[in-house]
Write a protein that binds this ligand. Structure first.
Ligand code: ATP
Length: 269
């Protein structure tokens, strides 16, 4: 089997506090997934959806959101990228899918996160592959999903930039039946929430500078762009400390001393 790449599923350490903005999506998840999950015992009729599909442009926090859902619902997290499961040998791709679900059941309560779901489940009507490998992969995925419908402790989340490419059979009730859109929100208020979430573990000289930085940012920045901005600011602050250490003006206690300044953010910007 070539599924050795799967890490042992565990609860991720991403919480709602690490997700900036996306308030509507969070509320929806809390109402339809978190609350029912936390209040459904295994014998009760299942009221939560089997799966959700997060869709939207790259870098808008789909992976981050999936991890936060797992954390907030106390579910182990098993992450696979669609293309990783595809294999040139006859029957191996289907076996990989079976193995992923097997592993998830062993680790239940568990969520399986299928990143790039479109590559795994392309619309069968659109491909010239009738009866071919992709056809069998989609069928296997449907069979596994249908097998999870009755289970309260296995849950699937898919992510894609191209929901239009996904086989509609995957989106029927009992499968990825709840679709949530994650977009780029260009309001300054949301941008500030994102930068605050990304820096919640930083030491910042003056948190008030974040508003001034956000006001200078392009409107179309995604969460991933803000992540790059904050990492660069942290690197800039770290470099400053390292130069001080090299000049004999500071000790080696880098973690205690890395304080990010407005200049660091400006340089990163
Ligand atoms: P892709 O479609 O390219 O896989 P994605 O939508 O899954 O992208 P993520 O991988 O979740 O995006 O985002 C990349 C990084 O950007 C995250 O690890 C996180 O650090 C940051 N990020 C994205 N959105 C947000 C957000 N709303 N709040 C805080 N950080 C965010």
């Amino acid at each position: 089997l070539n599924v050795n790449f799967i890490d042992a599923p565990k609860i991720p350490n991403v919480t709602w506090a690490d997700v900036g903005g996306l308030d509507d999506v969070k509320r929806d998840v809390i109402d339809t997934i978190q609350l029912p999950l936390n209040h459904t015992d295994n014998n009760a009729n299942k009221t939560t959806p089997t799966g959700i599909l997060l869709f939207g442009p790259p870098g808008t926090g789909k992976t981050l959101m999936a991890k936060a859902i797992a954390n907030e619902c106390s579910l182990n997290f098993l992450s696979v990228k669609g293309p990783e499961l595809l294999n040139m040998y006859v029957g191996q791709s289907e076996e990989n899918i079976r193995e992923v679900f097997r592993k998830a059941r062993q680790s239940s309560p568990c969520v399986i996160f299928f990143d790039e779901l479109d590559s795994l489940a392309p619309n069968r009507g659109r491909t010239a592959d009738s009866g071919g490998v992709m056809d069998r992969v989609v069928s296997q995925l449907l069979a596994e999903l249908d097998g999870t419908t009755k289970s309260t402790d296995l849950f699937v989340i898919g992510a894609t930039n191209r929901p239009d490419l996904i086989d509609p059979a995957l989106l029927r009730p009992g499968r990825f039946d709840k679709m949530l859109y994650l977009g780029v929100d260009s309001s300054r208020e949301t941008q500030l929430k994102i930068i605050n979430a990304l820096t919640n573990k930083f030491q910042i000289e003056d948190r008030g500078c974040l508003q001034r930085i956000v006001d200078k940012c392009p409107r179309q920045m995604t969460g991933a762009d803000f992540y790059a901005l904050c990492s660069d600011a942290l690197i800039s602050a770290t470099r400053r400390i390292i130069s001080k250490i090299e000049a004999g003006q500071a000790t080696l206690d880098v973690h205690a001393d890395v304080v990010v300044t407005e200049d660091d953010f400006n340089e990163a910007l």
